[in-house]
Design a protein around this ligand. Structure first.
Ligand code: PMP
Length: 285
C-alpha cells in the first residue's frame, strides 16, 4: 500500500501518497493510542459520512484523546481526498493517533493528536462469499468487557485479537472468525456485526460489548420498516444450531450472507438476499 500514486490528507494538508509517513517514536505504534473509521463512498457520496465523523470524535473522547478537528473539518478532509484522487467509489479510512512528542512513556498528554485520511478502491470484503455465504471459524479469543476496554470505541487496541483470530480462521479455510464475548454470548466478527434469521424474525446481539455498527443500525431500521421483528438479545452459542439464516453487516462487508459457522450450516435465504439487495440500493440512492 505504500508505493503508489495518489494523495493522502495528513494534519490539514494533502501530501503525496508515498510521503504519508510517521516517526518510529509515534506513541500510537507503541501503545495503540489510535482510533479510526472505515467508510464507503458510493457514486460520490460517503454513506453515513457525518455519523462516521461523529463516531471518530466519540472514540477519541473515549480514549481521553480529543480529536483536534470538528465534524465539518473531517467531512471536508474526506471529500478533499476523494477529489484529489479522482474517486467516486472508494473505501475511506480516517485515522487519529497520538504522535511522537515530549513523552515516550505510557502517559502522553503533551504528544499531539494527529489525523490522516486515506482512500483506496476496495471491492467485496468477503469476495465470492457475498453470493455463496461466508464460512466462519469460532475465535478462541473473546470480546472483552466494557469494564476492561472502551468497547464502544473504534480503537486500534481492540483489533489485536481480530487480526490474530482472522489469521487463525484463514488458516482453516474460513473467511472470518466469530467472537463470543467475555460472558460467552455471541458477539461479532473481526470487522462486522452478526444477524440471524429464524421463523421470519431476526435476532442480533445487544451492542453492550461490541461495536454498534453504523451498518447494523441501518439494517435494523430497514428490517423494522419492512415489518420484520428484530430481537436485540443475548444469544448463546448453543442457539446457532436452530437459526436458518445468518448474515454479517459492516461498512466493508456491507450485507454478506454466512453459510457456515464452525459445524453449523445456514441457507442463503430470501430475507438475507432481500436485505443485501435493499442495502445495495440504499447506499447508492
Ligand atoms: N464490529 C467491528 C469489530 C468492526 O470493525 C466493524 C467495522 N467498523 C463493525 C462491527 C461494523 O461497523 P460499521 O457498520 O460501522 O462499519
Amino acid at each position: 500500500y505504500e508505493d503508489r500514486d495518489g494523495y493522502i490528507w495528513m494534519d490539514g494538508t494533502l501530501v503525496d501518497w508515498r510521503d504519508a509517513k510517521v516517526h518510529i517514536l509515534t506513541h500510537a505504534m507503541h501503545y495503540a493510542s489510535a482510533v479510526f473509521e472505515g467508510e464507503r463512498c458510493y457514486n460520490g457520496t460517503i454513506f453515513k459520512s457525518v455519523e462516521h465523523s461523529e463516531r471518530l470524535i466519540a472514540s477519541g473522547k473515549a480514549l481521553d484523546m480529543p480529536i483536534p478537528y470538528s465534524v465539518e473539518e473531517i467531512e471536508k478532509a474526506k471529500y478533499d481526498v476523494l477529489k484529489a484522487n479522482g474517486w467516486d467509489n472508494a473505501y475511506v479510512r480516517v485515522l487519529a493517533w497520538r504522535g511522537a512528542g515530549e513523552d515516550m512513556g505510557v502517559a502522553a498528554n503533551k504528544n499531539p493528536v494527529r489525523m490522516a485520511v486515506a482512500a483506496w478502491e476496495w471491492g467485496a470484503y468477503y469476495g465470492d462469499a457475498k453470493m455463496q455465504g461466508a464460512k466462519l471459524d469460532i475465535a478462541k479469543w473473546k470480546r472483552p468487557s466494557p469494564e476492561t476496554i472502551p468497547t464502544a470505541a473504534k480503537a486500534a487496541g481492540l483489533y489485536m485479537i481480530c487480526t490474530m483470530s482472522k489469521h487463525a480462521a484463514e488458516a482453516k479455510g474460513c473467511s472470518d472468525a466469530l467472537f463470543m464475548d467475555y460472558r460467552g454470548y455471541v458477539a461479532e466478527a473481526t470487522g462486522a456485526n452478526i444477524f440471524f434469521v429464524k421463523d421470519g424474525e431476526v435476532h442480533t446481539p445487544i451492542p453492550d460489548a461490541i461495536l454498534n455498527g453504523i451498518t447494523r443500525q441501518t439494517v435494523i431500521a430497514m428490517l423494522k420498516d419492512k415489518g420484520v421483528t428484530v430481537h436485540e438479545r443475548r444469544i448463546l452459542p448453543e442457539e446457532l444450531e436452530g437459526f436458518e439464516q445468518c448474515f454479517l453487516t459492516g461498512t466493508a462487508a456491507e450485507v454478506t450472507p454466512v453459510g457456515q459457522i464452525g459445524d453449523y450450516m445456514f441457507e442463503v435465504g430470501a430475507l438475507t438476499r432481500e436485505i443485501s439487495e435493499d442495502y445495495e440500493k440504499l447506499v447508492r440512492s
